[in-house]
Design a protein around this ligand. Structure first.
Ligand code: ADP
Ligand code: MG
Ligand code: MG
Ligand code: MG
Ligand code: MG
Length: 442
């Protein structure tokens, strides 16, 4: 959309909008919102809606916690699942201080800054995410479980696929909200699904991921199901990833493509990959920000474990899909849907730009499937592994001053402390696995 203030006033009137939700995202990628009635529209459009940020994670809790929500008019959207009289609409907002300056710790602000730096180098960054999720049952009290009665697998159809109706509703709702849905299908694990929408410019793509999750959760609930984006809800099943497809364009032309190259890639694309590898370990902390994320990085479930790239195999960390033309892209397969989409895109973009600026040549590709290799074969390749835990990843983030700068040093310090604490809390838990393995034996 390209809405003016007048367009919004007209839309709210014509569409009979009764409520307006002002949405933003905390550092953990959780959507927050504040609702006002349509009578407050002038105030909303004048950037006068204030909130006390002290109770929201990542926001200052002592010095001037009063923050203002500045709506991005182009994000105006009506919720199709709410009543059709006195409709509910939303804006995605930027967070500003009382003096009008943008709050540097705002997720959207950080991505906008990275996008601006790429634009200064002449590039538009296009992003296509592939979000996977599970649909589980709730118990008699409405509490989410990890129980499913379905046995569906990759590309299965109903009646095996019990999520079919919910998924159809999700797709239709997303289309009503302006999404272009490319595919949707049952994924490998029972009750696991994927819905793919068309790529867009980085900021819009991040906004879309937030809206996508809200829609999936909301529609699942209407079908009596619980949708979860937890990376690895079941130890014996595949985890959920959020592959990120990336390309650069200049004046509307994809500049990652070069048909004379053996992988179909331009020099910029190789440097971009080089930049991603240089910062990958620190990026992992942002792309995989939970203790649970690292349980997805295990052999045998198609998720990457080693840092490699290839245009031939399907399961490396960075895959070059065999499509040319405008669809030329690189696909990063490590991110999972627990990541804050704004922050993950900001660090990916910045790392890629670092690669181009400093002409970083990537390591050689590995064109045999790593998943099928023996330990000896792997050793000969001298491949590095992705961080094996949130703690390892947070130490990598701490060491990467470039990535910390992209996040802003204050926010990076806050995140590092928060993730260390999360890991400590987790390691203090005595798990069922420990009881099963030690209680009787020792
Ligand atoms: P996969 O083969 O990995 O399953 P999908 O077809 O599920 O891939 O998803 C591919 C994603 O890549 C879609 O979101 C699509 O819109 C996106 N995409 C296509 N072309 C580009 C491009 N030039 N830049 C970025 N993303 C792109
Ligand atoms: Mg896919
Ligand atoms: Mg596909
Ligand atoms: Mg998939
Ligand atoms: Mg993919």
């Amino acid at each position: 959309h390209n809405y003016t203030r007048e367009d919004i006033l007209e839309l709210v009137e014509e569409e009979d909008v009764g409520f307006i939700r002002l949405q933003f995202t905390d550092i953990y990628g959780t959507m927050k919102n504040m609702a006002v009635t349509a009578s407050q529209l002038e105030k909303v459009l004048n950037n006068e809606c204030m909130f006390d940020s002290s109770a929201i994670k990542g926001y200052p809790n002592s010095e001037s916690p009063d923050m203002y929500l500045y709506p991005d008019l182009n994000t105006f959207e009506i919720f199709p699942w709410r009543p059709q009289q006195g409709k509910v609409a939303r804006f995605i907002c930027d967070v500003h201080r009382a003096d009008g300056t943008p709050y540097e710790g705002g997720s959207r602000y950080i991505l906008k800054k990275a996008v601006r730096e790429a634009a200064e180098m002449g590039y538009t960054v296009n992003v296509g995410p592939e979000c996977e999720f599970f649909l589980f049952h709730t118990d008699e009290n409405g509490i989410p479980t990890t129980i499913t009665h379905e046995q569906g697998g990759y590309f299965d159809v109903g009646p095996l696929d019990l999520g079919e109706n919910a998924r159809r509703d999700m797709v239709l709702t997303l289309e009503q909200m302006g999404f272009e849905i490319e595919t949707s299908h049952h994924e490998i694990a029972p009750a696991q699904h994927e819905i793919d929408f068309r790529y867009d410019e980085a900021l819009i793509a991040a906004d879309n991921i937030m809206t996508f999750k809200l829609v999936v959760r909301t529609i699942a609930k209407r079908h009596g199901l619980h949708a979860t984006f937890m990376p690895k809800p079941k130890s014996e099943a595949h985890g959920s990833g959020m592959h990120i497809n990336l390309s650069l364009s200049k004046e509307g032309t994809n500049i990652f493509q070069d048909s004379s190259d053996k992988n179909g890639l331009s020099q910029e694309a190789y440097y971009f990959i080089g930049g991603l590898f240089r910062h990958m370990k620190a990026i992992t902390c942002i792309a995989n920000p939970t203790v649970n994320s690292y349980k997805r990085f295990v052999p045998g479930y198609e998720a990457p474990v080693y840092m490699s790239w290839s245009a031939k195999t399907r399961s490396p960390l960075i895959r070059i899909p065999s499509v040319g033309g405008e669809k030329t892209r690189i696909e990063l397969r490590s991110p999972d849907p627990s990541a804050n989409p704004y922050l993950v895109l900001a660090v990916l973009l910045a790392a890629g730009m670092d690669g181009i600026r400093n002409k970083i040549v990537p390591q050689n590709s590995v064109d045999e499937d790593i998943q099928d290799m023996s330990a000896e074969q792997l050793e000969q390749l001298h491949l590095e592994a992705l961080p094996g835990s949130l703690l390892e990843a947070v130490h990598e983030l701490e060491k990467d001053t470039f990535i910390c700068k992209v996040l802003g040093e204050d926010l990076a310090a806050k995140m590092i402390a928060a993730y260390k604490k999360e890991y400590r809390d987790y390691s203090m838990q005595v798990t069922e696995w420990e009881i099963a393995n030690y209680l009787y034996k020792m």
